[in-house]
Write a protein that binds this ligand. Structure first.
Ligand code: HEM
Length: 425
């Protein structure tokens, strides 16, 4: 799995015995000595942070499931009971809810890092695609989980999202009923959502295993995107990157703890403290913040089916990105024009998130008779989102003149004084 020659030597007889039968210690040791590029910056710490987030979600989720009741008459109260009566429930429930937000925060950092440094390009296409699959399943898991507390947003969010499936031509209605287990969000829906919400994190964990396997097979990318050529271009993962990852993790946990202990409800919606009521639609149905850009894309067109297709398309383009970006240069550090288009892309992603949180008819600004509605802004942002992947990246790779890249990672870190030994490969 490690993709580099093993240096592990079993010392004791028991170690040797185990190594010949199941080289599990060897695997761990090889993981720790994995040669990582010596110039990795803090953007490369999010993979480790994400691993911790996944473990936190699974552990806190399992304990919550011991007290949660997936029944429409008891679900809402069981969550309130967890928060009030279950030992440490006051911390456990927000740990899971805030944890979901922190997980998405980290995954977005991780993804934007990959986009900026071109980590999706050859030979890491499959690593990137597995990442996209993880992201997709993370979204499904978060959506299913949000239904469980059975608050107003849970119920109406589930009603809106499952309603999309009804827009599929010919089979839509059947598909929607099959998903819901009836004609509306009801007890059968809550039960199946709970079952799937419990299952999917383990699918994610399995995919993370594949993700890291693929990573160790092809090796890590790095901020200059130049492939390591000699031994001096790399450092052993431990202690150099374990310590860097640990530091980043502590900073991340401080931010996590701040939200957990001081603002546990700030990332959620107040309406979810009202029990689900099928007869009372909330004034505004808004998804969690991490879905807002996609929600804005969905609402950017007046046609429901087209909106859904655009929203699905927004994720599909990520899967095919390695074949859309025609530039051979990985890191945007050496792509003077692409860098700016990337920054504009970032701004539009934030604008999409803002549009998703607002009522489309509201104005971003209004000067006399002229103004910009959130609806119009979401259309402009959606156009840029797709244009970035489908037009800008394919064309720019062909016409842009990249800057000269350093000869090697060692030279870029240590400058011209660096003594670079002869190539090891
Ligand atoms: C549970 C979620 C995830 C976990 C635990 C995870 C874990 C990791 C780890 C440990 C690394 C190596 C360290 C690092 O580069 O930060 C990594 C690298 C990578 N991940 Fe993920 N990942 C997750 C989700 C994603 C997603 C959603 C994507 C993209 C859609 C993605 C794309 C990548 C890529 C392209 C790399 C290679 C980076 C490079 O070498 O430059 N990952 N991931």
């Amino acid at each position: 799995m490690s993709g580099h020659p093993s240096t592990y030597e079993p010392k004791y007889a028991a170690e040797k015995w185990l190594d010949q039968r199941l080289p599990i210690i060897r695997m761990g040791a090889d993981f720790m000595t994995f040669p990582s590029p010596r110039n990795l910056n803090y953007w490369w710490t999010f993979g480790g942070i994400l691993t911790l987030c996944l473990m936190t979600q699974i552990l806190s989720g399992i304990i919550l499931a011991m007290h949660y009741v997936p029944n429409v008459d008891m679900a809402f109260e069981s969550v309130q009971r967890i928060k009030r009566d279950v030992p440490f429930g006051w911390m456990l429930q927000p740990l899971h809810a805030v944890g979901a937000s922190m997980f998405f925060l980290a995954v977005y950092m991780h993804m934007f890092r990959a986009l900026y440094y071109g980590s999706y390009k050859a030979p890491r296409e499959l690593l990137w695609i597995i990442g996209c699959l993880i992201y997709l399943i993370m979204m499904a898991t978060a959506f299913l989980g949000y239904t469980l507390p059975w608050g107003q947003m849970s119920f109406w969010g589930a009603t809106v999202i499952t309603g999309f499936f009804g827009a599929v031509p010919f089979v839509g209605e059947t598909l929607q009923q099959w998903l819901l287990g009836g004609y509306a969000v009801n007890n059968a829906t809550l039960n199946r959502f709970f079952a799937l919400h419990y299952l999917l994190p383990f699918v994610i964990a399995a995919l993370v295993g594949l993700h890291v396997w693929a990573l160790h097979h092809v090796g890590q990318n790095n901020p200059i995107g130049v492939t390591p050529k000699t031994k001096s271009d790399t450092l052993s993962f431990h202690p150099f990157y374990t310590i860097k990852d640990a530091f980043a993790l502590v900073v991340f946990l401080l931010i996590f703890a701040f939200f957990l202990f001081y603002l546990p409800d700030s990332l959620g919606h107040a309406d979810n403290y009202i029990e689900a009521n099928a007869l009372q639609t909330p004034a505004h149905i808004v998804p969690e913040w991490y879905f807002l850009p996609f929600y804005a894309i969905l609402r950017a067109v007046p046609d429901k089916l087209l909106g859904i297709l655009l929203m699905i398309g927004a994720i599909v383009v990520l899967f095919i990105l390695p074949w859309l970006d025609s530039s051979k240069v990985r890191s945007m550090r050496f792509r003077p024009v692409a860098k700016w288009f990337f920054l504009i892309f970032l701004v539009f992603c934030f604008l999409l998130g803002w549009c998703g949180a607002e009522t489309p008819d509201n104005y971003v600004f209004k000067l006399g008779d002229v103004g910009l509605t959130f609806y119009r802004l979401s259309q402009i942002s959606t156009i840029y989102y797709f244009a970035y992947f489908l037009i800008i990246l394919p064309i720019l790779g062909l016409v842009e003149k990249p800057l000269i890249r350093p000869e090697s990672i060692t030279k870029s870190v240590l400058g011209s004084k660096a003594h670079v030994p002869a190539a090891a490969e």
